[in-house]
Design a protein around this ligand. Structure first.
Ligand code: GMT
Length: 382
């Protein structure tokens, strides 16, 4: 198949899943065309079956707001026609679902049918999408998609609750590449971070308020009081200055390291003992899944789709949002009982195997085939 993929190329779960999906599809022999305004972060190697089309948004003195959506729709039309796309898979509803709809309508008038699949990822529904500035367009463009998928049951249900959706939303869970995300013995690296055998806790996110990174620091403070430990904070974003200030106020700077955005996440996870994800909301929690694949149990909130990934008292523990004491107590319990920690590690890996890329990617392929086969006859305007 010739597949067009639209996503946010930046450091975020939806872009990561879209890129990993494209790479997996290319490995299976499909031709994959990424159409984005910047090279996606995880699209880091040449692959004979992968093409990248940059969306250029021309500037003009009249434009206070360069019309990105129009540039994207026009690029989609161009790529669909010249690269003979069979379908378009857009990730994150805003503005990708509506730009895909415009492209599809233009193409229809040129005699080409282009099925559009929209994957909902989370904040496009729960945060930004619900804002009345966007809601009517989000609702309309989801309903106009030929197929809609959501990355968890929770997100599917939230979508039905928030919008008037008259179509079936299929749940296709996020996935992880178990060949890449697996625990490796990196003793030297571990020694460098925790020279005195301290336990290592880790958090990975884009440091947005929804991630509650300050809770991560407060949880760590309590753990640190009773267990020699280090905290690795991976990623970057708007909350970072506040989090840095908090570390200074709590005199924890020597034991907390901000390592910024990292490509080799699997190495960091390989030396970690516990993953912290106290988010206000997660439609799924891809970062937690990647940790579990590397045998790292997860202490998380019970928000959104997290209970569909992290199983309480099995792969980690779930607590109400903001319940720092509860999260810290569970972290201390796990870190001070080696037998329990090892058991949770094995269980985390076993759970992650349910979300193996090799199981999930075929579900998208099946959906693509279905969409291509239901192609309606297009009558060209006279
Ligand atoms: O979490 C973010 O801020 C990034 C966001 C995105 O759209 O890039 O992530 C969302 O999509 C991921 C992939 O499907 C999910 O694993 C995340 O849980 C989800 N984030 C939220 O719902 C807050």
């Amino acid at each position: 198949m010739r597949i067009g993929i639209v996503c946010y190329p930046t450091y975020g779960g939806s872009g990561v899943i879209a890129t990993e999906l494209g790479k997996a599809l290319a490995d299976k022999g499909h031709l994959v065309h990424f159409i984005t305004y910047q090279q996606p972060v995880r699209l880091d190697h040449f692959h004979a079956n992968i093409y990248y089309h940059e969306v250029i948004v021309p500037t003009y003195p009249l434009f206070d707001y360069p019309p990105y959506e129009s540039a994207l729709s026009s690029t989609l039309v161009d790529v669909a026609l010249n690269s003979h796309l069979d379908l378009l898979h857009v990730h994150y509803a805003i503005p990708h679902a509506s730009t895909a709809f415009v492209a599809k309508e233009i193409l229809k008038r040129q005699g080409k049918y282009l099925p559009v699949i929209t994957t909902l990822h989370g904040t496009d529904i729960t945060l930004v999408g619900r804002d009345k500035t966007y809601a009517p367009v989000v609702s309309f463009s989801i309903n106009q998609s030929d197929a809609i998928t959501a990355v968890s049951r929770n997100l599917r249900d939230e979508t039905y609750r928030s919008f008037d959706i008259r179509k079936d939303i299929q749940v296709i869970y996020n996935f992880v590449d178990l060949k890449r995300f697996r625990r490796r013995p990196l003793a030297q690296f571990r020694q460098a971070i925790a020279p005195n055998g301290e336990k290592i806790l880790v958090h990975v996110s884009n440091f947005r308020p929804i991630k509650r990174v300050q809770d991560v620091v407060h949880i760590f403070q309590k753990v640190h009081e009773s267990i020699p430990s280090k905290l690795l904070l991976v990623g970057d974003g708007p909350e970072r200055p506040m989090v840095e200030r908090l570390c200074r106020e709590l005199s924890l700077c020597d034991d907390i390291r901000f390592v910024g955005k990292q490509e080799q996440l699997e190495d960091i996870l390989s030396i970690s003992d516990l993953f912290l994800l106290p988010s206000e909301y997660e439609s799924f929690g891809l970062a937690a899944l990647e940790a579990m694949a590397c045998e790292v149990p997860v202490i998380s909130s019970n928000a959104g789709g997290l209970p569909e990934v992290n199983i309480n008292a099995e792969t980690g523990f779930l607590s109400p949002v903001g319940d720092i004491a509860h999260m810290a107590a569970h972290a201390i319990q796990l870190l001070s009982d080696e037998e329990m920690l090892q058991r949770f590690r094995r269980q985390a890996l076993k759970r992650a195997a349910n979300f193996d890329l090799e199981k999930i990617v075929p579900r998208y392929e099946e959906l693509y085939v279905q969409m291509i086969q239901q192609q309606p006859a297009i009558s060209l305007p006279a």
